[in-house]
Design a protein around this ligand. Structure first.
Ligand code: DCP
Length: 228
């Protein structure tokens, strides 16, 4: 298995010996990104970078994630500014491994979550334009290159069911409509490709299945994911 993995990673190593290849795993809340990252975390030559949700729930004793869910109009900008910073940190962190697999991206934070807050009337226009100018400056001036986007496509109902069974304390208030809105933004961005720039080729993974089936699915798609 290890030998086989090295052979799949060889084209990646040859193509770009210094800079690592960046894979972003994106999808709705509870679409199963975390289990995918855990699955790949044992892979040789690959570094997994989880989304820093812990930081979003505790920045020097404050919980901007909880504040955002309590009152998005007031605190959406606070959380999203911090998300943008932590994602920038992950994108630019040098890796000792040839392949870097990260959860979400600075692009999905902006094109999905910030856009959703603003267009649903939950973010003041001034907050939206300030965040947008920050984002545009960052993508223009800093190398955030992504080589592959793995899109975990789920039905919003599946995510809602999963959240009912298990969610973080802060997420108990998430209604199906919220998951619907996030889903539609993902579809427009990554499948129809009509809303915002798509920074890399997209691999769509059907992620509505149970965890066990998903593991088989990762196995089946391993080659596609790792030997772009
Ligand atoms: N979040 C947000 N704004 C962002 C990114 C995330 O408000 N720009 C919120 C949505 C969730 C929480 O942060 O409440 C964590 O998001 P995830 O989608 O990573 O949640 P999970 O870890 O549950 O996803 P998965 O089951 O796919 O691993």
């Amino acid at each position: 298995d290890v030998a086989c993995m090295s052979c799949m990673l060889l084209p990646v190593l040859d193509r770009d010996a210094i800079k690592s290849t960046n894979i972003c795993v994106v999808g709705n809340i509870a679409s199963g990104k975390t289990s995918c990252l855990e699955y790949f975390s044992n892979t040789e030559n690959l570094e997994v970078l989880k989304e820093p949700v812990d930081k979003w729930r505790n920045v020097q004793g404050h919980n901007p994630l909880a504040l955002m869910y309590q009152d998005p109009f007031r605190w959406g900008i606070t959380l999203q500014t911090y998300v943008q910073l932590t994602m920038l940190d992950i994108h630019t962190r040098p890796s000792a491994h040839p392949v870097k697999m990260m959860e979400r991206s600075i692009h999905s934070a902006k094109y999905i979550f910030v856009e959703n807050l603003y267009h649903s009337g939950k973010m003041p226009g001034v907050d939206y334009v300030v965040l947008t100018e920050w984002f545009e400056w960052i993508v223009k001036n800093i190398d955030l290159s992504v080589d592959l986007i793995v899109y975990f496509k789920t039905s919003p109902e599946t995510c809602h069911e999963r959240l009912k069974r298990w969610c973080r304390e802060e997420e108990k208030v998430i209604p199906l409509e919220y998951l619907n809105a996030i889903h539609n933004l993902y579809e427009e961005w990554l499948v129809k490709q009509t809303s915002f720039p798509v920074p890399a080729p997209v691999l769509v993974i059907d992620a509505d299945r149970d965890l066990e089936e998903m593991v088989q699915h990762y196995e089946d798609n391993r080659g596609k994911i790792l030997s772009m």
